[in-house]
Ligand binder design. Structure first.
Ligand code: HEC
Length: 412
């Protein structure tokens, strides 16, 4: 135990905490934090966007009674950093993110001391209660990609990956600068990806696949099966609106169709879904972005291992700016480390400490990262295979594994 850990343990033993905005401010009075003074503002800022009446979380945290009843679960989920859900390390040790959902260590200690003290209420505030931080919204909606029909997943498939060929009807090229996914059946939508089909031939391939199968769309669990498909939008649950970094955007081509790939998961029942994606567009952007991945595809994960690492290295052949990323693994993943090396110097690009398959999506760097050509990037994924009896390999099935970082980047 380090000295700091020992002090923290001692403090929480006596249910005291320095309730100062400045961490480790020795002059701050030590007192027991209360709901109204200390905890409610943290919940408003970091939890209520989902834990509200009718929010995506299974219970609400809007008033004292809610918080008191669930104090122990709140303590456990915040100290383990499983809540608020955000898989990337946003502590500042390896970058920070615009979309980062993250409590400071001091906030976690405050919640912990409050819960251990029996969740005291304190004095209700004189004015109004702290306002919850709203989920991000787009400035405007210029176009909506709409399934225009419903799809009900195949009852025989616990995980149903379905691809829909959709025509945005564009007369000229435009750039996506932000999006907001509006799921029809949110409890079933695990994640989705929208691709641009960049050639006529690929469009014909996609339409043939669609025509070959009964019902709306076609099954696409292992792959979308269409060449020249370019990533446009990706989202998991609870993401709200996502804006691309100022001055950047992803091109949609005039006259070309798109493929919407949706991963439906039937853990919470089977429903009819009609998902829409609102898009914010620009006629032009100073920097056209693309989404490129670095992946360790030759996965071979022996069973019964507490920790197995797999890596891949890719050269960086042009000068580029990394604006953000989406780390992706499946259910055995526990952590990921992405780094760049140039002239023998290593730069941390992203770190995932407690991976959660259910919380995925793009996050953009608070400060974009420039990489010069001549170096390389390395991705290392860590897995826990103790629950498996056989070797696990690469694949799209939820019980296969992956090791990918998708980057939103521009060439300089
Ligand atoms: C982006 C949406 C979102 C935010 C923000 C969020 N939660 Fe949650 N929370 C959920 C969802 C969805 C679940 C249920 C599924 C799950 O556990 O992932 C959940 C589950 C929980 C649970 C049940 C146990 C657990 O760990 O699964 C607790 C306790 C909890 N949240 C507390 C909090 C607290 C405290 C905060 C703020 C510090 C917070 N949550 C912020 C969406 C959110």
């Amino acid at each position: 135990m380090t000295r700091t850990q020992w002090i923290l343990a001692t403090i929480s033993m006596f249910s005291l905490v320095a309730c100062s905005s400045k961490e480790d401010d020795a002059s701050a009075p030590l007192r027991i934090p209360t709901y109204h003074e200390d905890v409610a503002p943290i919940l408003a800022e970091h939890c209520l966007s989902c834990h509200d009446e009718g929010g995506i979380a299974p219970f609400s945290l809007v008033d004292y009674e809610d918080a008191r009843r669930t104090a122990e679960a709140i303590r456990i989920s915040t100290t383990s950093r499983s809540m608020p859900p955000f898989v990337l390390d946003n502590s500042g040790e390896c970058n920070t993110y615009v979309e980062g959902r993250w409590l400071t260590d001091a906030q976690i200690r405050t919640i912990e001391a409050w819960a251990r003290a029996g969740a005291p209420e304190g004095e209700p505030p004189k004015g109004t209660a702290p306002a919850p931080r709203a989920l991000a919204e787009l400035d405007r909606v210029d176009m909506t990609i709409d399934m225009k029909d419903t799809y009900t997943p195949d009852a025989a498939k616990f995980d149903d990956y379905r691809c829909f060929v959709l025509d945005p009807g564009l007369a000229e090229d435009v750039f996506i600068t932000g999006f907001h996914v509006r799921p029809g059946a949110a409890s079933m939508l695990h994640h989705l990806t929208l691709f641009s089909i960049d050639t006529k031939e690929s469009e014909a391939t996609a339409e043939a696949l669609d025509a070959a199968e009964p019902g709306f769309g076609y099954s696409c669990i292992d792959d979308i099966h269409v060449p020249d498909a370019r990533w446009l939008v990706g989202a998991g649950p609870g993401s709200g609106a996502l804006r691309f970094p100022e001055g950047t955007g992803l091109r949609m081509r005039a006259g070309r169709k798109t493929i919407l790939q949706i991963h439906y998961n039937q853990e919470n029942g089977r429903h009819a879904d009609r998902t829409r994606i609102d898009l914010m567009l620009a006629r032009n952007v100073p920097k056209e972005a693309t989404v490129q991945r670095i992946a360790a595809t030759n996965l071979l994960l022996p069973p019964k291992q507490a920790s197995v690492d797999q890596s891949a290295v890719e050269p960086v052949s042009i000068d580029l700016t990394l604006w953000g990323l989406w780390p992706h693994m499946h259910k055995l993943g526990t952590g990921m480390h992405v780094a760049a090396t140039h002239d023998g110097e290593e730069k941390c690009l992203a770190r995932v400490n407690n991976w959660d398959f259910h919380w995925q999506g793009f996050a953009h760097y608070t400060k974009p990262i420039d990489l010069s050509s001549g170096g390389s990037m390395r991705i290392t994924c860590t897995y826990d295979t103790r629950g498996r009896d056989t070797t696990t390999t690469w694949g799209q099935g939820t019980n296969d594994e992956m090791c990918i970082a998708f980057f939103y980047l521009t060439a300089n």
